[in-house]
Unconditional design. Structure first.
Length: 408
């Protein structure tokens, strides 16, 4: 998954720690593969389009490079690797079982489990097929959130990524449901929770919690919700941490996980949105703030006993530069109504002013002067994509780069 920004963060972290790191991706040249810390990079088939060929290619590379620890980054790669981990002799895959990962990746299943444990979740209704479109919005006030239960779903020509949509009324709801492919169902209709998004990031290994981190989202792409492009580290809320750890313990989770909440501004109550059972797009912020999840994970996977790091430095901010540029251009080109922004969204003028505000403790995510090639490679890809699509778009603008494809 070398095309992922989180893969780049993993490569930089482990390379600086002295490990020999190798990268594979769906293309011969990838973001993480450009790093000075990558010993080599290679192309394999896409885990979405051809998971069997992907597995074969990765297996051959682990033998050629004598790999000890294999770290899939995307959900698609994990869906392919975890059921076949027995094929990788003497290779540790530091993630939970395939069945546990399947449960966590199914939002309907996960939220049902969380509700049974007393964890607040959004009011919702599940639709098994498009013709179940309710006349009353499923008892929810419009606008409603249309959220496929799975971020990666099976299609006729391989798997595909799903995304979150909104519907302002019954007609729009019926139209959007009718356009969804059959594999996107079941679909959750959820009450839109307006408020800040909080991520609780946890590394659990065996019975121990080895890493905890928290951040808040400041700007996202698309602006109504998706990939975070500017965010800030927080001191983890003890109540949310305990709630998250309890849920992961109930699931017998092993490895890293992002437990995502949205704080309802009307009630002040955090609602669980979902869990991403993999490294997240804003991983570099956690590392910059002092919680080096990749290093802790590999040390644990190799049988060492790393010292737990249970909070990062608060106030550290991280910016994905090209994603933030996309955010700004989208805000300038489209109205708040067109973007489904909540009523408290900042004005266009304020968006411009905030984009150019530079804080002393700001870090850039991809751009690092000590390791410039990834940024140069990303810039070329961004320009090509912008020219080819007649508009700004990052070469990495997919749900796999999001911490999630959640509601906003």
């Amino acid at each position: 998954d070398g095309e992922e920004r989180s893969a780049l963060a993993v490569v930089r972290s482990l390379g600086r720690a002295g490990y020999s790191v190798y990268v594979c991706a769906s293309a011969a040249s990838s973001l993480a593969g450009a790093s000075r810390y990558a010993r080599a990079e290679a192309a394999v088939a896409s885990p979405l389009i051809d998971p069997d060929r992907f597995l074969h290619g990765v297996h051959e590379l682990t033998r050629r490079w004598r790999i000890s620890v294999l770290i899939p980054i995307s959900e698609a790669a994990l869906r392919a690797v975890l059921p076949a981990r027995d094929r990788f002799d003497r290779v540790t895959v530091p993630f939970p079982s395939a069945e546990t990962f399947r449960v966590v990746s199914d939002k309907a299943c996960l939220l049902s489990i969380a509700h049974g444990l007393g964890i607040p979740t959004p009011t919702q209704r599940m639709l098994a097929q498009p013709d179940e479109c309710p006349d009353d919005g499923g008892g929810l006030a419009y606008p409603v959130v249309i959220k496929p239960s799975k971020s990666v779903a099976a299609g006729t020509n391989g798997a595909f990524k799903t995304s979150v949509q909104y519907a302002a009324d019954r007609e729009e709801l019926a139209r959007r449901l009718a356009r969804l492919p059959a594999g996107a169902f079941p679909v959750l209709l959820q009450r839109r929770v307006v408020g800040p998004g909080i991520g609780i990031f946890v590394l659990r290994w065996k019975q121990d919690v080895l890493g905890v981190f928290a951040h808040r989202r400041i700007r996202e792409k698309p602006p109504a919700g998706g990939v975070s492009v500017y965010r800030e580290s927080l001191l983890p809320d003890p109540g949310l941490v305990q709630r998250s750890v309890n849920l992961l313990e109930h699931l017998d989770w092993q490895g890293v996980a992002m437990v995502e909440y949205k704080v309802d501004e009307a009630t002040g109550e955090p609602c669980l949105m979902e869990i991403n059972g993999r490294f997240w797009g804003s991983l570099q912020l956690a590392i910059d703030a002092g919680v080096d999840f990749p290093r802790l994970l590999v040390q644990a996977a190799l049988g060492e006993a790393p010292m737990p790091v249970l909070e990062g430095r608060p106030g550290t901010r991280s910016r994905w530069l090209w994603g933030d540029v996309d955010h700004l251009i989208t805000r300038l080109r489209r109205s708040a109504a067109q973007l489904d922004l909540p009523p408290n969204a900042v004005t266009r003028l304020r968006a411009v002013l905030e984009f150019f505000m530079i804080r002393r403790r700001d870090c850039t995510e991809v751009l690092r002067f000590s390791d410039m090639r990834p940024f140069l490679r990303e810039t070329r890809m961004w320009i090509r994509a912008a020219l080819g699509k007649q508009g700004p778009s990052s070469a990495h603008d997919t749900p796999e780069h999001a911490e999630s494809t959640r509601q906003r």
